[in-house]
Design a protein around this ligand. Structure first.
Ligand code: ZN
Length: 123
């Protein structure tokens, strides 16, 4: 195996760190969008409960409103982007996988395998 010079190695570590930050923020992006989606559902339920016929009178507004939250518009884009990034990470990182237990509920935990260098979970 060819030894990398220390400068190159540092560059790689730095770039990998940047990639990890972008991936982490993209994950937050999907979580945030899920949260917005929940809020949208709640608004629509509240309207149904109150028998408010605003949207029946204004069908264009409800269809445009729902279109804003169409998961095929944002979720699949973020997902594809993240999969591409993870492929890129594979070319940067010599993964060093470790097992860890994470709490999924107050009395339950799940075993995950992740790389301690780039923090991606093993596929
Ligand atoms: Zn890794």
């Amino acid at each position: 195996m060819i030894e990398m010079s220390s400068t190159n190695k540092n560059d790689k570590t730095c770039e990998l760190n940047t990639l990890s930050n972008i991936i982490a923020l993209s994950k937050e992006c999907t979580e945030f969008l899920d949260l917005l989606q929940d809020k949208r559902r709640k608004i629509l339920l509240d309207i149904q409960k109150n028998e408010n016929d605003f949207f029946e009178k204004n069908p264009l507004i409800i269809s445009q409103f729902n279109a804003l939250f169409d998961p095929s518009l944002y979720k699949s884009k973020v997902k594809i982007f993240m999969e591409e990034l993870e492929d890129t990470v594979d070319s940067y990182c010599c993964h060093d996988y470790v097992e860890d237990l994470i709490d999924t509920d107050y009395d339950k935990s799940k075993c995950i395998v992740y790389c301690q260098l780039c923090e991606l979970t093993k596929k």
